[in-house]
Design a protein around this ligand. Sequence first.
Ligand SMILES: [Zn+2]
Length: 718
Amino acid sequence: MPLRASTRRAGRPRHVRSVRLSLVAALLLPGAAVAASAQTAPGAGELRAIADGIDRPAVGAVVPWSSPLEVGRARITPGAGASARMLVAEGKPVGLLLDGQATVAYRVEDRFSIPVATHNLRRASGITVDPAAGTLTVTIPVTGAAVWGWDLREAVAAPAAPAGGGLPDWLTRILDGRLDANPARDLMLAAANGDDGYRWAVFHGTRDDFLLDVDPRPVARAEHLARFMEVTRDAGPYAGRLIPEEMAAQPAGRAWWEPAAVEFLATDTDLAARNEQGEHLEVTSRTRLESLRDGLRLLTFALTDELLDPHLKLRSYRIGRLTVDGQPARYLHRTDSLLVELPRALRKGESVLLEVSVQGDVLIRPEGSNYWRLGNFAWYPRPFGGGREWSEFRIRADVAAPFVPFGPGETLERSATRESNHVATRLKGPMEGAFLLAGKYTTQRVSARDAHVDVSSYAMPKKAEAERLGNIVLAVRSCLESWTGVPYPFPDLQVIEVNDWGWGQAPPGFVFITQEAFLTPARARLDSVDDYAPSITDAEVFTRGVNERVAHEIAHGWFPHVAKVSRAEENWLSESLAEYSSAYCLQQAMGDKRQGRFFFDRQLATWNLWSSSAVEGASIYLAGHLANTEKDAASWRYLLYGRGPLAVHAIRKELVRTKGEKEGEAMFLSWLRSYVKSFTYKPAETRHLIGILNQISGQNWQPFFERHVYGPEGLKID
Ligand SMILES: [Zn+2]
């Protein structure tokens, strides 16, 4: 399973258009919690002991070590005088501790991974990088290494002998500092579910220390090399802790575009959220889980266990009760991970009901605003690793007055007492990542023909602005419905103003959009005395492009909520297709053809600029595998919101060039229509998009995608 660095990236708010850039900023955001908590929770007894034993193994007998040790695509060659000892957990060999001089040679062999790794590895110290013969070889001289794995032949073959000594200081420092659920989590999953081959290794280099995660299990089939990076001092309790910064990622035993397996689904999710006072939240989730394979015994979920608040204080979020089919079950909740042990192994097609109650003071209001929002952190157990949410949701919320709660989907009932406000909603599936929000809002319904949208403005009513927004929503919705032939999945959409600047987000049933969307130029001037408005100039600048941003969020209804996207690498199918299709629809919606043309050309200029601004070596498909710098984070945006839509436009231009204006345009439209129709509420992948294009055009588009989407070659369109 990917390292924390890549799961963090994959887990960043998917539809946030303008993500905060620096790592520190990311850590300061409520919801970006990364933590290793050592506290004991009831019901977690034995699993915690097993995990601790793996994370802090005992040092066992000396193991003969003279020939190189292979760990994924790494070869560890012992130097003169190097020795090895067994690592022992639960009385079983769990790995090898290598002491003394050795050389790690790591091969980056995947041709799409090489350019990204070449870029990332410039950040690493104490290594040499040798690009030769289609393989990038990273050489790391080390003075120590440790490799975890249940089925390491070398460790298993060692004679049983008494333990000797403790872990070396360099390793203790890494294990103490690491903000990561591994090695314990994936080793426990591998053991319980009967999967072989997982390896977790750390290399003590002369400058940087490195982490190698080799995961051949069907749910991952990937390996990641990272360097450990210290969290900066201004991150409060996390200062000095270690996070992995990705250096190289490669598929294992597959091509990048081939998917990994899914082991289980959450098919029905009931969420009851209660806020009696202040920042306290209590959530009870009831989730129906269906196994897609035989022998599934241990399941993994994302579930936050602590949050960093704006004052750099930790807020804990703890499980009170957890049952499987009504019976208490063993679990382990730490480092944003929940492991649940089922009473028996499931066969394919069998299901269980997981019920979890969790609570904490986690309703943090951004900058003391009059709202809170749940969804950017795992506020209920969300299937992780080999699990997917593929769920219908029923959500109930009771919230202390005067805040009013909003849930996704159809509102079944709304009621109020003097103390609290209540809402119950139902969101048709398959959906994932439910959000919940409450605050001081004024809601206004905008209708057209048989469609409507509820627009809620923060604090005060903003009638004209809400109407303008509602009309953009309905126009883009109607354009995409007739283009794709698939109805918008959220007939009860709620557009909600967020008291912040510069982003939008479209989880199921909602469009969250920051306050500049609610500013007309006139109101921008009126509001300039407001503390939250950075300045009158900024507010006016922000107001430009708001229509495009709202349209983009509506297009997310199809990309990815209809044509599902289930892997970080495939995320461009969500962002780039939403970006392109919304720009297309806005142009269509403009009555004046010249004005529409002007608008589209302006978009094109922006896409060109962004596409050329991405760092060298970065590709649309592997944008999530860049390192952790601000430039890398910006490149992620440039690729998904710039080069991605540009690639779509290049295809359209080429179809028009080779087939003529009329047929080319028709082919282009039918390409995206077929994609949405064929993958309505199904997982879609880039290879499917290519297959449909090949079929419709009678051309071979694989080379184009290998250059510009899977690969790092830029695009420029006049
Ligand atoms: Zn988006």
